[in-house]
Write a protein that binds this ligand. Structure first.
Ligand SMILES: Nc1ncnc2c1ncn2[C@@H]1O[C@H](COP(=O)(O)OP(=O)(O)O)[C@@H](O)[C@H]1O
Ligand SMILES: [Mg+2]
Length: 201
């Protein structure tokens, strides 16, 4: 068994073609709260992966979920993180696709909760991973915040191509999303809120 990653809250191991995601103890949290949180996130990620498979959304296929050991097993996506491949030449095409896929999530009232280019893997198409912070919601606000977080992630990790990349995300989103205008209007409000917050002492 080979360790392939350690994210913010989980250790990721690879065994043949199976990824094992184990949510590890956080000793800074109170024990009961830590257990409840890890159980909740394991269950939540499981539920969302099941739903996504049922609508043929490109994510890993769930193999096993165990909320006692806080483990999820899924198939290994043998590709590259979008974070490592995105560049000035390919960003319009890739980000357009990403936008379309976020629109599909949102049309199904799924909020990813942690949209970053590290949580997307490119094989022949873009796959989304890491649904531990995801939830079901039909609120425009939640969808706008989801887009806002991706905007921030792109701004910090892909600064040089940030505008082109995020505009392409929105162009793709517009093609597929049911409530595009409403969501974009709300996104602008979310951004303004963020700006004011940043400026206050
Ligand atoms: N199914 C998978 N296939 C390939 N790589 C994966 C898979 N799941 C996780 N990874 C790798 O492990 C890293 C961390 O996993 P992730 O689910 O994002 O956990 P965390 O919540 O800790 O960020 C990812 O960025 C990715 O590189
Ligand atoms: Mg992650």
């Amino acid at each position: 068994m080979e360790k392939i990653g350690a994210g913010a809250e989980a250790v990721i191991c690879l065994e043949k073609n199976t990824v094992i995601k184990k949510r590890i103890k956080k000793s800074y949290r109170i024990k009961e709260i830590d257990e409840r949180l890890r159980k909740f996130r394991t269950r939540r990620e499981t539920k969302i992966l099941e739903k996504l498979s049922s609508i043929n959304f490109p994510t890993p296929t769930l193999i096993l979920s165990d909320d006692k050991d806080m483990i999820i097993k899924m198939n290994f996506l043998d590709g590259k993180k979008i974070r490592d491949v995105l560049n000035n030449e390919n960003c319009e095409t890739i980000c357009n696709e990403i936008g379309k896929k976020i629109a599909i999530l949102h049309n199904n009232d799924i909020i990813h909760g942690d949209l970053t280019t590290s949580n997307m893997i490119l094989i022949k198409e873009v796959y989304f991973i890491d649904f531990g912070l995801s939830f079901f919601s039909d609120k425009i606000e939640d969808k706008a915040v989801d887009l806002h977080l991706l905007r921030q992630a792109i701004e910090s990790k892909h600064h040089g191509i940030f505008e082109k990349a995020f505009n392409s995300v929105l162009n793709g989103y517009k093609i597929k999303n049911k409530n595009y205008n409403e969501t974009i209007k709300r996104l602008e409000k979310v951004e303004l809120r963020g700006k004011y917050k940043g400026k206050s002492p």
